[in-house]
Design a protein around this ligand. Structure first.
Ligand code: SF4
Ligand code: SF4
Ligand code: FES
Length: 253
């Protein structure tokens, strides 16, 4: 293995509001062991480009704010060690492509919060005691690990290649959020209509790209999207279930 370099080169895509292509600027910063991409970007901001816009907060991979595309892949900058990359080559950093640029590495992710508002909140069943299996808790809990970094939204091709007016597609983050509510053993709300209409879950073709980039290791595709698709098929294809749902206020699977 090569000795660590004394310096690393960063190529950062910079631009003003709504500049989709931006311009590439190159910076060289000193390297130290354990350095993450965010360290290098903040070094640039501290000593070479004080007007460089970058969003971050916790530096502990928990707030979800430092999302960017690093060497072509959506990642948290504070969780990406330079030594994990080919740091003898320039480290390429650009903003999330799926969302409108505000400035430099900062994008406008407000669209996601508008999608979130469309999801019906939890409402407890009244016909059952608050007693359920640990495995049912864990199923919902996996989805609640989300830190809203929106890396999965960024990588999903259904959202990525659309204009600012996103199609009728909520995206993997909100399939996981819907699943977190739907999987709760005491929840009484039916969200299949949201998933099929505004959510557009039918457009998802299970490529698993969202799962691959999730920094929390949430198995979005296998544990949220596929079970939700199955619930929708059950709700629409099973005539007995449909009749039962119509009579008894749409009970859940
Ligand atoms: S599995 Fe579905 S939601 Fe996830 S990236 Fe692929 S198309 Fe998008
Ligand atoms: S599901 Fe994972 S990738 Fe998507 S927003 Fe949540 S933490 Fe980020
Ligand atoms: S700074 Fe909080 S997740 Fe990176």
């Amino acid at each position: 293995m090569n000795n660590p370099p004394e310096k690393v080169v960063l190529r950062i895509n910079r631009g003003e509001e709504n500049d989709a292509t931006g311009r590439w600027e190159q910076y060289t910063v000193p390297y130290s062991d354990g350095m993450v991409v965010l360290d290098a970007v903040l070094e640039v901001q501290a000593r070479q480009a004080p007007d460089l816009a970058v969003r971050w907060n916790c530096k502990a991979a928990k707030c979800g704010s430092c999302s960017a595309e690093v060497c072509g892949k959506p990642r948290l900058m504070c969780k990406t060690l330079l030594e994990e990359l080919d740091y003898l080559q320039p480290i390429v950093v650009s903003p999330l492509r799926t969302f409108r640029r505000i400035r430099d590495l900062v994008t406008d992710v407000a669209w996601n919060y508008r999608v979130n508002e469309m999801i019906a909140p939890f409402r407890a069943r009244l016909d059952r005691k608050w007693k359920f299996f640990q495995r049912d808790v864990e199923r919902a809990q996996e989805m609640r690990k989300c830190i809203e970094c929106f890396l999965c939204q960024d990588v999903c091709h259904v959202l990525r290649y659309q204009t600012e007016d996103k199609p009728q597609f909520a995206g993997p983050r909100f399939f996981a959020r819907t699943a977190a509510l739907d999987f709760h053993p005491m929840d009484s709300v039916e969200r299949t209509e949201f998933l099929t209409r505004e959510g557009g879950i039918g457009l998802c073709n299970i490529t698993k790209c969202c799962t691959d980039v999730c920094p929390e290791g949430i198995n979005i595709t296998d544990n949220a999207i596929i079970p939700e698709k199955e619930r929708i098929v059950d709700a629409h294809a099973d005539p007995l279930r449909a009749a039962f749902a119509a009579i008894f206020s749409r009970p859940k699977k």
